[in-house]
Design a protein around this ligand. Structure first.
Ligand SMILES: Nc1ncnc2c1ncn2[C@@H]1O[C@H](COP(=O)(O)OP(=O)(O)OP(=O)(O)O)[C@@H](O)[C@H]1O
Length: 302
């Protein structure tokens, strides 16, 4: 089963073009959707989760028309929204049971089994009697995955799930996502580049409502090989450099400013070549250096 999104557009009443002709094909496995704040990721996720309407375009999940057959989508959908609200006084197990009932698992024995299995899978079994208000951020997100997995979804949408998690909880959360079945389409929307690098076989970069590129993370990185150059500079030199080079990122490293620039040939002047990583690829894409470069495994769009 594939998710095919074609020419999806959405303009909010205030004039913001949140989605502009978005076309994407998503296969089973983990798909990373990267983009800065305001790129349109949540709008796309909410549209696929049948919570809001697009203005035009189409989306199909296997045989299901996602924009029209909302009930059919909901039966195969698991969704962890960005702002996942919880009832703070209710115990984890009780809320999950309640949500399982809403999801249509009517047989009490089956429901108990499903709930117990999900609490095990998300490593929340020991905390099942605790009120959700006492959960840490990581526990809350794992509970979010437990509820999203109710009813064995074929499409799982998680919107910025690791924002605010400490490193240990992020690793736990990653492990949990990696264990989800191979035949499930998992869309992970995030602005954290390393989440995508560690987890996703496929990815897309969005900005300003547009898909700038799609591909495999490694292919996206390889495309930049030989084009990223590094130099350490004083902060005061930055404005001059900015006017001379295509700077894709600057970062303070032990008190010095490390600059990465995009250049198809050696820029000279103390720059040395570096092996690009996904962060370079992400910034180079956002800044418009990558999308026009042809590569067989990449699909420049928009
Ligand atoms: N209900 C709304 N009404 C008007 N504008 C909106 C609405 N929701 C989102 N927007 C705007 O649409 C654009 C895309 O927002 P969206 O939330 O989809 O982006 P995002 O990539 O998920 O960003 P973030 O990481 O901040 O959630 C932004 O400019 C945002 O301000």
């Amino acid at each position: 089963m594939e998710l095919r999104i074609q020419n999806l557009s959405k303009r909010y009443p205030n004039g913001t073009q949140a989605l502009a002709d978005v076309t994407l094909t998503v296969k089973p496995g983990m798909f990373g959707l990267l983009g800065p704040n305001g790129a349109g990721k949540s709008t796309l996720m909410r549209t696929l989760a049948t919570l809001q309407e697009a203005d035009s375009g189409s989306a199909t999940l296997g045989e299901i028309n996602v924009l029209r057959d909302k009930d059919a989508v909901r039966q195969v959908l698991g969704y962890l929204p960005q702002d996942f609200g919880l009832y703070p006084k209710v115990a984890a197990e009780d809320l999950l049971e309640h949500l399982a009932t809403l999801k249509g698992i009517r047989n009490a024995k089956e429901r108990k089994q499903v709930v117990a299995a999900l609490l095990q899978q998300t490593n929340l079994h020991a905390a099942r009697k605790k009120p959700l208000g006492s959960f840490s951020g990581g526990m809350r997100q794992r509970f979010g995955i437990a509820q999203a997995l109710l009813g064995n979804p074929r499409l799982l949408i998680v919107d910025e799930p690791t924002a605010g998690l400490d490193p240990e909880e992020r690793v736990r959360f990653h492990n949990l996502l990696s264990e989800i079945g191979r035949d499930v389409i998992v869309i992970l929307s995030t602005h954290i580049v390393s989440d995508v690098h560690e987890l996703c076989a496929q990815m897309a970069v969005m900005n300003g409502g547009r898909v700038l590129l799609t591909g495999e993370p490694q292919a996206v990185i390889s495309q930049l090989s030989g084009r990223i150059w590094r130099r350490f500079v004083e902060k005061a030199e930055l404005p001059t450099l900015q006017s001379q080079y295509q700077i894709i990122s600057t970062r303070l490293v032990t008190g010095r400013t490390r600059v990465h620039v995009y250049s198809e040939s050696a820029p000279g002047a103390g720059f040395e070549p570096v092996e690009p990583d996904l962060e370079d690829a992400y910034f180079a894409t956002i800044k418009g250096h990558v999308r026009d470069a042809p590569a067989p495994s990449l699909q420049a769009q928009g």
